[in-house]
Design a protein. Structure first.
Length: 259
């Protein structure tokens, strides 16, 4: 008779591909944080308390450019607001749990382990909130250890800090591309870029990025709300970017006798 695996091992098997994917990115993030002035202990603390690759890359980039602390905090706040929406979509699966559990769960959630847990909740009836929390803890462990090792490695190698700006720009471009679901998103992205250039020129500081982000977000929300309320969900701006593939037209078989 086959012995049943312990639950923690089953959950680890589910989370392991994601955990392994964190290793190279976590190493790079740790190295960049080290070059931004963080020692190994501070890097580990940031990994445990923030647990967001995008936020940690943002911290490294803005510290290298000598951005003020209040600007960094505000940028992190608006960057991480998306977790409010992600968490709300999981709330239906976390009913009956304690407030302490919800606090710990929200603290350790990020984009990737959210995707794993949402898929498991939607497809596996045996998936429980405790399993989802274990996925978060496994990913946090791998990410934090990778950051720590990267910070230690960063103390022995020399890296041109200009790569920090490139890495952050590439990451945000990837995030934008992944969200391109309709033409309205493309329009708002363009408007946000224009606002950022104008605000940076006027304010002469990174505070212009915050102003541009708020302005573009409000405009995008107002436009989408207007289009939806007026029954234009399938209009030009909210239509899908990818066109549906045309179905092959069935060609009637030729009648050999009539030819």
């Amino acid at each position: 008779m086959k012995k049943e695996e312990p639950r923690w091992l089953e959950v680890l098997r589910v989370a392991l591909p994601l955990c392994l994917s964190y290793v190279p990115i976590g190493l790079a993030c740790g190295i960049l944080l080290n070059k931004a002035g963080f020692n190994a202990i501070l890097t580990l603390l940031v990994s445990l308390m923030v647990f967001s690759g995008g936020a940690q890359f943002l911290i490294a980039s803005m510290l290298v450019t000598n951005a003020p602390i209040h600007t960094i905090v505000l940028m992190l706040f608006f960057l991480e607001l998306r977790y409010a929406l992600l968490g709300s979509s999981l709330s239906q699966y976390l009913r009956g749990t304690s407030k302490r559990f919800l606090y710990v769960f929200a603290l350790h959630m990020n984009d990737e382990n959210y995707a794993v847990n949402y898929l498991k909740f939607a497809t596996d009836k045996e998936w429980r909130p405790g399993d989802a929390l274990m996925v978060e803890h496994y990913t946090l462990l791998f990410w934090s250890v990778a950051n720590l090792i990267g910070s230690i490695i960063g103390g022995f190698i020399h890296i041109n800090l200009e790569i920090v700006d490139f890495a952050l720009t590439a990451m945000f471009l990837y995030m934008i591309v992944m969200q391109l679901k309709n033409r309205l998103t493309i329009l708002i992205s363009f408007v946000s870029a224009c606002f950022a250039i104008i605000a940076m020129c006027l304010l002469k500081s990174t505070m212009g990025l915050i102003v541009a982000t708020l302005a573009a977000s409000l405009i995008g929300f107002a436009m989408e709300d207007y289009l939806v309320k007026h029954g234009r969900e399938r209009g030009y701006l909210l239509s899908k970017i990818k066109r549906r593939k045309k179905r092959p037209v069935a060609v009637p078989e030729s009648n050999s006798e009539g030819e």
